[in-house]
Design a protein around this ligand. Structure first.
Ligand SMILES: *[C@@H]1O[C@H](CO)[C@@H](O)[C@H](O)[C@H]1NC(C)=O
Ligand SMILES: *[C@@H]1O[C@H](CO)[C@@H](O)[C@H](O)[C@H]1NC(C)=O
Ligand SMILES: *[C@@H]1O[C@H](CO)[C@@H](O)[C@H](O)[C@H]1NC(C)=O
Ligand SMILES: *[C@@H]1O[C@H](CO)[C@@H](O)[C@H](O)[C@H]1NC(C)=O
Length: 381
């Protein structure tokens, strides 16, 4: 079927049909229609042959609509959604996004991507820093933004954040609605079959290394990075409710900050969960902060041996209180950034390493300028 744009020229170039007999006119229209279809068919076959899967993303971005209603080629199944603002409910989205092929080998060239998932209140003040970090790596990442539903993002079409907003709902700290938002981000990102690693970030996060290093660090890790530790104190095991057993026992109860990195398999197991979710929803309410316990505990039970049990995102709790420190313009100096990056000790693929954190938070909007000035020399991008 031709689209509206294809039909228009035909109508415009021949506004008055009275001279010729009807069958000839119909025949002419039919022949033109046929030519248009063949042309579009040839163009789409050429595009698919020559640029494969990656080009379908760009094709979609440029709103190029080939001449078909329903495709019977594989492309139909591996093309990422053209519009992130779908009309699916969470229930429909979660069902759709947890469809998993059972054959491990992909029958097409798949360049695995990192999905950067931003859980935000609204604006993204550090967007220019992220743009610089991501520049030149378009084939290896995708972006998803969950913001407060009342917020309307206005990014320039040239921005990496343009039209990357997903259907969002209110998310409150310490409540199940926060975990719902994180699962919603995962589910939306799972719809693109190229996404292999999923990183949860906030608008106050910054990358600490160049893209290549971060990509390789994540791609070559045998473990997914999520903070999960067994805290025997009142803010750890003290928040466990025995009503959660037998699905969740005290010995599996874990705690960790919400900023995770998981691979595709674990992302699916988070979105598909119907066993632990109701237990946490009912029995982990403030002062049990569910976003600190649900994913670490659930993944420990389901896939403990695949977890690094540490987060990739650095925060500063040294100032004390219920919230970590937020850094302002005056804090951001070369010394300060080097102190975050250097002098660490942790394990990576069971070997000691000094590269422990790939991201850091919380950076106030006022830090953008000094960060842009220092990033090239200190952070490598
Ligand atoms: C990224 O950073 C690493 C470590 O700092 C460096 O060895 C590498 O050359 C950088 N890569 C690029 C493409 O700049
Ligand atoms: C919790 O303990 C019960 C009884 O010992 C056991 O049946 C159940 O499998 C345990 N649950 C988990 C998640 O290990
Ligand atoms: C993380 O903890 C789980 C148990 O909770 C353990 O099985 C796993 O080996 C740990 N991961 C690493 C990298 O040590
Ligand atoms: C890091 O920790 C490991 C194991 O505890 C130790 O062998 C190594 O010397 C430490 N490295 C540094 C730089 O502190």
């Amino acid at each position: 079927m031709p689209s509206e744009e294809d039909k228009d020229p035909l109508v415009i170039t021949r506004p008055n049909p009275p001279a010729k007999s009807l069958p000839t006119r119909v025949l002419q229209l039919f022949v033109l229609f046929f030519i248009v279809c063949i042309t579009f068919g040839a163009v789409s076959v050429y595009t698919i042959r020559h640029f494969g899967v990656q080009s379908s993303a760009t094709a979609v971005k440029s709103s190029f609509q080939p001449c078909y209603v329903e495709s019977n080629s594989l492309d139909h199944w591996i093309r990422p959604p053209s519009d992130l603002l779908h009309t699916m409910s969470d229930e429909e989205l979660f069902w759709r996004s947890t469809m998993v092929p059972r054959i491990k080998k992909y029958p097409f060239k798949r360049l695995p991507k990192i999905a950067f998932m931003f859980l935000t209140k609204g604006p993204m003040p550090l967007a220019p820093l992220w743009e610089r970090f991501l520049k030149g790596h378009e084939e290896r990442y995708s972006i998803y933004v969950h913001s407060s539903p009342s917020f309307h993002a206005q990014f320039h079409p040239s921005s990496v954040f343009y039209k990357r907003q997903i259907p969002s709902q209110v998310a409150e700290w310490g409540r199940m609605s926060m975990c719902d938002a994180e699962r919603r981000l995962l589910a939306n990102a799972l719809l693109d079959i190229s996404n292999e690693w999923f990183i949860l970030l906030s608008e106050s996060c910054i990358p600490l290394y160049n893209f290549s290093l971060i990509y390789n660090y994540i791609a070559k890790s045998r473990f997914s990075f999520i903070g999960a530790f067994d805290d025997h104190g009142p803010y750890g095991r003290g928040r466990y409710n025995p009503d959660m057993s037998p699905e969740v026992n005290l010995t599996e109860w874990r705690k960790g900050a919400q900023w995770f990195e998981v691979n595709r398999r674990l992302a699916v197991s988070i979105v598909e969960d119907t066993v632990y979710y109701p237990k946490f929803k009912e029995f982990c309410r403030p002062a049990c902060y569910v976003d600190e316990h649900y994913f670490p505990t659930m993944l420990t039970i389901r896939a403990g041996s695949q977890l690094a049990n540490r987060s990739l995102t650095w925060v500063d709790w040294s100032r004390g209180g219920a919230h970590p420190a937020t850094f302002g313009r005056a804090d951001v100096t070369e010394d300060f950034l080097r102190r975050i990056v250097e002098g660490r000790n942790c394990s990576y693929n069971r070997q000691p390493t000094s590269t422990c954190f790939l991201f850091a938070r919380k950076f106030a909007p006022s830090t953008l300028e000094p960060l842009l000035a220092l990033a090239r020399e200190v952070l490598g991008y």
